[in-house]
Ligand binder design. Structure first.
Ligand code: AMP
Length: 587
């Protein structure tokens, strides 16, 4: 039996009903113009997050809901549900109510997922705080959305969260837990620390779980009826690839439906075990991962607090995972870790690679070396809950490599030129998305919201093309496009080319200002381990192969690329550093 057949038979063992209709993607462009509409066979559901969970508990109560490999925590859907209710009751006892904002500042831990569902249970809005934030960013984020409570891990890597919150709110030293009144964080009343002695003025997570009693349990039932699918339930700060963070505000309806459609396309069922090494603070973890798994009753397997290739491979093998998510750099790291190793990845069949372009070579290798024959590619952004394009598990390999698939159900996408006109099929332009998945707006920022959502269309800032079957290719960021001497240069195209060099592990291409040409092309390259690469060797590789104006004028061989912690290269940081390097060289 081929691996493909074997994995297909795995799907049949599930007891979940199949998706309302087998995932399909019509979405061909209308009239030769770059404008597509997703199919509407599978209906949108008007449910809240608590309703989604309740359905999973009723159908799959005894099955594994989550496994945290690092700590050994393992909960069935029933156990998970009971613990959520206890925490939700505790949050009510603390005085939190519907609409209040509750921050979570922690790497991937069980408490993160409990807080996600407990806040949703009482209609409080979960605010994802990036675990890499330091005091300045934390202060900005908590104040921007007026967080009334903050759940935080004691520390993570080089971040001592407890010290940082105490630095921002020294008033904690003298207040009772839940009674904070801090000059720099005026809205914050409660600080809750997971898994450690919190010190004065703060609750432990376990204390909060014990605060609630029968009265709060009764209130929980009443609250349930007061929640509506269109209520805001989550705020995510969009990652700083381009500048100051903005609080994208998402409703139950936004994220529940996106989670359903994303996991329909990978044919996830309750027989699946989904490995989630991507961060929970991002949609990839908490929507596509957690809500996606819950929508199907699948098990969630968290290898550790943050991505680590070895721990992830061990989780895949030890927990017999059938699916795994990651950004391309995570898959590259796992492939490198697999060199010379023999690990049983026989249960894997599917997964999602998203967040950045997937190099063809990586796709081919994960298919053969990790058994990921049914891996799909997703494209999206936080502001669209997040996914708007995804391949199907059986799309032809070339389409799965070179494109991000076809438009998602119930969404409409157009590609426009700078004047806002829809471009013909095959031409580049800015991708705009309309439909149920578009966020409610940026929290407390009407101006920014108005700038990017025009007549319901979310202007993504991504440059894309659509082909005549509706497959979409992301070709860059509107702002990343380089104009060199009047020629448009698309960094993605050059990156794909450089990646073909046998010694190149990562390639990033960007433009810097240049007096003569307006802009010049630069490349940063990370060589493969053990390889020695020179700047000249890279230029030589390009010569005769790509047009002269695309050949990077400045090449740097580097050890690392500045990334957001969700794995996105920060080109504006590279650009600034390159300008600095060149000017110090010149002086
Ligand atoms: P975020 O809001 O952090 O999820 O970032 C969204 C951005 O990531 C998009 O606007 C794209 O620029 C980029 N992105 C997401 N998925 C892909 C993909 N499959 N290929 C290329 N870029 C992607």
């Amino acid at each position: 039996m081929s691996i493909l057949n074997e994995s297909s038979s795995k799907r049949v063992r599930g007891t979940s009903p199949p998706p309302e209709s087998a995932p399909c993607a019509s979405g061909a462009p209308l009239d030769g113009r770059s404008h597509v509409k997703g199919e509407t066979n599978a209906g949108l559901e008007c449910v809240t997050i608590p309703q989604l969970l309740r359905r999973a508990v009723a159908r799959h109560g005894r099955r594994d809901a989550l496994v945290f490999c690092q700590t050994g925590e393992r909960k069935s859907y029933q156990e998970f549900d009971r613990e959520i209710d206890a925490l939700a009751s505790g949050l009510l006892a603390m005085g939190l109510q519907k609409g209040d904002r509750v921050g979570i500042w922690s790497p991937n831990r069980y408490e993160w997922v409990l807080t996600q569902f407990a806040t949703a249970r009482i209609g409080a809005i979960l605010v994802n705080v990036n675990p890499a934030y330091r005091t300045g960013e934390l202060e900005y984020a908590l104040n921007k959305v007026g967080c009334k409570a903050l759940v935080l891990a004691p520390s993570f890597k080089s971040s001592d969260y407890v010290s940082m919150i105490r630095e921002l709110a020294p008033e904690l030293e003298t207040c009772e837990p839940g009674q904070l009144s801090a000059a720099r964080l005026p809205a914050l009343e409660s600080v809750i620390v997971t898994g450690a002695e919190p010190g004065p003025g703060a609750f432990t997570f376990d204390e909060v779980r014990d605060l609630g009693g029968p009265a709060q349990q009764l209130r929980l039932q009443a609250i349930d009826g007061s929640l509506g699918p269109d209520d805001a339930i989550n705020i995510q700060f969009t990652s700083g690839t381009t500048g100051a963070p903005k609080g994208a505000t998402l409703s139950h309806h936004n994220i529940v439906n996106n989670a359903r459609f994303v996991t329909d396309r990978i044919m996830l069922t309750d027989a699946d075990r989904l490995c989630i090494p991507v961060p929970l603070y991002h949609c990839f973890g908490m929507v596509m991962g957690v809500l996606g798994a819950v929508s199907k009753g699948a098990a969630m397997v968290f290898p550790g607090e943050a991505f680590e290739p070895r721990a992830t491979l061990q989780a895949l093998s030890g927990e017999h995972c059938t699916a795994v998510y990651g950004v391309p750099t995570m898959f590259v790291a796992m492939l490198q870790e697999l060199e010379g190793e023999s690990l049983d990845l026989g249960s894997l069949r599917t997964g999602i690679m998203a967040g950045a372009p997937c190099p063809m070579e990586v796709m081919e290798q994960i298919t053969t070396r990790m058994n990921l024959h049914e891996v799909t590619i997703c494209y999206g952004m936080t502001e669209t809950s997040p996914v708007s394009f995804q391949s199907l598990v059986d799309d032809p390999m070339d389409k799965r490599c070179a494109t991000v698939g076809r438009v998602h159900p119930h969404l409409e996408v157009k590609i426009v030129d700078p004047e806002g006109n829809v471009v013909p099929v095959g031409e580049r332009g800015e991708l705009c998305t309309r439909g149920y998945a578009v966020m409610k707006g940026y929290w407390n920022d009407e101006e920014q919201t108005r700038e990017c959502i025009v007549d319901g269309w979310m202007h993504t800032g991504d440059l894309a093309t659509l082909d005549d079957e509706g497959f979409c290719s992301i070709v860059g960021r509107v702002k990343d496009m380089i104009i060199r001497g009047g020629e448009n240069v698309y960094p993605r195209e050059i990156e794909e080319f450089l990646f073909r060099h046998p010694d190149v592990s990562v390639a990033q291409v960007f433009g810097i200002p240049d007096e003569r040409y307006g802009e010049e092309v630069c490349a940063w390259i990370i060589p493969k381990p053990g390889a020695s690469l020179t700047e000249d060797a890279i230029k030589e590789f390009c010569r005769e192969q790509i047009a002269h104006y695309k050949i990077p004028r400045h090449v740097r061989i580097v050890d690392e690329i500045p990334m957001t912690i969700s794995g996105k290269p920060q080109k504006f940081v590279m650009r600034d550093r390159m300008v600095e390097m060149l000017s110090s060289q010149a002086t």
